[in-house]
Structures are given as structure tokens and as C-alpha cells.
Design a protein around this ligand. Structure first.
Ligand code: DX5
Ligand code: ZN
Length: 214
């Protein structure tokens, strides 16, 4: 069964609590929270204060995706605010294994993300330390971008690499996922689908989440 994680990046930030309650009622499994620092990616989004507010708006796991350069010092604050999962970028840390272990020691589930141009080889050695492998299928920074070419092959290769390594991390796909390509993402081996504009840009969140699952 697919795990559906709506990304609040495309929600109405003026009514964020209502938006999160609405996708919770509409059948979402996790809430995906995109944190951007203005360095690793050009935009700035939100920090622990907003995660703390989201924590009160939903019982669902908060899947926090840190698009942040050297995020180590911020991790305790995000976990304290209520992050269940904290995913860091392999391109953003000098000591990837150390930061993954720091996430676990703080009490959250560590995830590792990689950008479309980054080869899977870069993450292989860290699979045992991660509970989630987030494969970006757009260049990070913005919602609503078209999915990159070759994305299905990368998901399939990530799934093979995970299975061959006997690792347990879930495979999450993030970027450009819509009802029309969700089935292909699952067939390629993804287990968690992040969808921002597809969900929050639709008029019926429950119908869109059902369509992503089907
Ligand atoms: C992009 C973010 C994504 C984004 C996906 O940097 O990591 O989570 O919200 O948006 P869509 O689903 O619209 O491509
Ligand atoms: Zn994301």
C-alpha cells in the first residue's frame, strides 16, 4: 500500500492549520514539510515554529525534508517541535553518517535525500543509517515543476540498490508526482509519494489522494 505525503509547500499558508486538517481528513498518511534555507536552495520557507504549530493540527507523522546546508545544529529543535522524520541532503553535509545518527539520537527517523543530478552511488554507503531514501524527481526549491527525464529508471535503480543491500529504508519520490504518473512511480519501486501541487492545487483533496493511491 502506497504512503501518500502531501507537501504543504503548495498549501495556502494563510490557512495552514485548516489545510493540514483538511488533508488529514482527506486520507493523507504523512504530512511532508519542506524546509528551505536560502543557501542550499534559493527560497526560504519555514522553521521549527511552524512545525510546532503543525504538530497541534494533525496526528499524522510529520515528514520534514531539510533543504538546508549543514543542518546538524537545527536537528534537535525540529525534533523537539514534533518532527517524526527528518531527511537531510547528501549534497549538504560534510559528515552525512554523523548527521543521520544525530537525527536518530534526537528521537526521529533519519532520511537521506539526493537531487536529480546526484548519482545513487553517493548514498549507497549510508543506506544502513537511513530509514528513508528520498529520491528528488525535480530540482529542489519549488513546487509545481515538471518531473525530470529518466525519473522512473532512477527510482527503479534506487529500489534495486536498497533491496540488494538488504537495507530497510523506504523509497520516497518527491517532485512532479500527479495521479497520472503515481502508478508508474509505485511500479518502479517507490513506497512513499510526495505530492504538493497535485493535492493542494486540486478542488477535492480526498479524490486526489485516492487517485494517487490507485
Ligand atoms: C521541492 C519539494 C517538494 C515539492 C513538490 O523542492 O521538495 O516536496 O513540494 O511539489 P510538487 O508535488 O508540486 O512537485
Ligand atoms: Zn520535499
Amino acid at each position: 500500500m502506497a504512503t501518500i505525503a502531501p507537501s504543504i509547500l503548495s498549501a495556502d499558508f494563510g490557512r495552514l492549520g485548516d489545510e493540514v486538517r483538511a488533508v488529514t481528513a482527506a486520507g493523507a498518511d504523512w504530512i511532508h514539510v519542506d524546509v528551505m534555507d536560502g543557501h542550499f536552495v534559493p527560497p526560504i520557507t519555514i522553521g521549527p515554529l511552524v512545525v510546532e504549530a503543525l504538530r497541534k493540527a494533525t496526528p499524522l507523522p510529520l515528514d520534514v525534508h531539510l533543504m538546508v546546508e549543514e543542518p546538524g545544529h537545527l536537528i534537535p529543535e525540529f525534533v523537539k517541535a514534533g518532527a517524526d522524520r527528518v531527511t537531510i541532503h547528501v549534497e549538504a553535509c560534510r559528515d552525512v553518517a554523523g548527521v543521520l545518527r544525530q537525527v536518530r539520537a534526537s528521537g526521529a527517523k533519519p532520511g537521506l535525500a539526493l537531487n536529480p543530478p546526484t548519482p545513487l552511488e553517493r548514498v549507497r554507503q549510508f543506506l544502513a543509517d537511513a530509514d528513508l531514501l528520498l529520491v528528488m524527481t525535480v530540482n529542489p526549491g519549488w513546487g509545481g515543476q515538471p518531473i525530470v527525464d529518466g525519473w522512473q529508471e532512477k527510482i527503479a535503480a534506487a529500489r534495486r540498490m536498497r533491496d540488494d543491500a538488504g537495507a530497510r529504508c523506504m523509497i520516497e519520490v518527491d517532485g512532479g508526482i500527479k495521479p497520472h504518473n503515481a502508478g508508474a512511480a509505485l511500479a518502479a519501486g517507490a513506497e512513499v509519494l510526495v505530492a504538493g501541487s497535485a493535492v493542494f492545487g486540486s478542488s477535492d483533496y480526498a479524490a486526489t489522494i485516492r487517485a494517487l493511491r490507485a
